[in-house]
Ligand binder design. Structure first.
Ligand code: SD4
Length: 329
């Protein structure tokens, strides 16, 4: 760009003319709770109901959104019936369960851990990395070593748990890797919370895509892909095929759309549309986003039907169906 053009654009921007709000999503509507009704927490999928209850126990007592999301998603990490979060998740194709998680607050403080093995609560490790190190992200062996030196311990049960090991052995017979909409492949928990003091935080944790290549890391621990929070704007989190979120910096893109005036629903719709444009011909690739702005407006959008999220506020405790672009099956 020439210097003259740059200066011209700068002039327009400062006159408030260069940056136009995004208004592409005719079929979306913003839902909001009046801020007097905060705190508020939303999280992906049905297991979000229990996770929200964990978060709520912090929020209803005037606690911080950051503590709430950590406590909330840890509930799902402990759930041994959940096959895509925590150590009861499905393994990679070599038979190892590897966990990814991150956490972020309104001040852009964040922590992240990826490719972590044998530690029950990756979200607690992510929070500890944020609180105790000068870094944002630790991975694999180094992350485990640091965690063990900082108060965490390895679980004393066999991973994968026997039920998962059996499924894995069945899977090995054909060894087919599919990234379809099938729920058996993904159900990550992503959570966004606004506390009574108007602070926002988010957390995301997963065992990642079932039967992934050993060493693969998805979007969930990547700040800006699976989770992003900006205290001036709001936050977003994602679920589904993580490669698509990484390619588009998905959660960050949602927050940037909201910064330019889009509602949470519109912002999620925009990124889902962009992802579809960038992945032509990919049948069955499910991706879902949740977003919330600092006013307590929230929304969600997915490629295919079936994505829903749990909402908890002072007077609501329920599942909400996200809007979607395509119908599967
Ligand atoms: C991943 N995004 O590892 C995660 C999987 C997921 O719902 O979200 N499942 O790609």
């Amino acid at each position: 760009m020439s210097r003259r053009r740059f200066l011209k654009n700068l002039g327009l921007a400062s006159a408030g003319l260069a940056i136009k709000p995004i208004t592409t999503a005719a079929q979306t509507t913003a839902k909001s709770l009046p801020l007097k009704d905060s705190p508020l927490v939303i999280s992906t999928w049905i297991h979000g109901m229990e996770a929200n209850a964990g978060a709520w126990s912090v929020l209803e007592n005037g606690g911080a959104a950051l503590d709430a999301v950590q406590k909330g998603v840890a509930v799902t990490e402990s759930d041994i019936t959940n096959r895509s979060v925590g150590l009861a998740g499905r393994p990679d194709r070599d038979g190892h369960v590897t966990l990814d998680a991150c956490i972020m607050d309104h001040d852009s403080r964040c922590g992240s851990v990826a490719f972590l093995e044998d530690i029950q609560h990756p979200i607690d490790v992510a929070r500890a990395i944020m609180d105790k190190t000068p870094h944002v992200m630790l991975v694999g062996e180094g992350a485990q070593k640091w965690a063990l030196e900082n108060g965490f311990s390895k679980v004393d049960f066999e991973v994968p748990i026997p039920e998962v090991q059996k499924d894995y052995e069945n899977w090995l017979i054909k060894s087919e890797y599919k990234t379809g909409v099938n729920v058996e492949n993904h159900d990550t928990i992503g959570m966004l919370a606004l506390d009574a003091s108007g602070r926002m935080a988010g957390a995301c944790t997963t065992s990642g895509m079932a039967y992934k290549i050993r060493g693969r890391v998805g979007d969930s621990p990547i700040i800006g892909a699976g989770l992003f929070i900006d205290g001036d704007v709001g936050g977003a989190t994602a679920t589904g095929v993580g490669e698509a979120m990484i390619r588009t910096a998905g959660a960050s893109a949602v927050v940037e759309s909201m910064r330019r005036g889009a509602s949470p629903d519109e912002a999620c719709y925009d990124i889902v549309q962009r992802i579809l444009k960038k992945h032509p011909g990919v049948e069955g690739m499910q991706v879902g986003f949740l977003a919330m702005n600092m006013k307590g407006e929230y929304g969600g959008y997915s490629v295919y039907n079936g994505f829903n999220y749990a909402l908890r506020s002072n007077d609501r405790n329920e599942m909400v169906d996200a809007k979607y672009m395509r119908t599967w099956g």
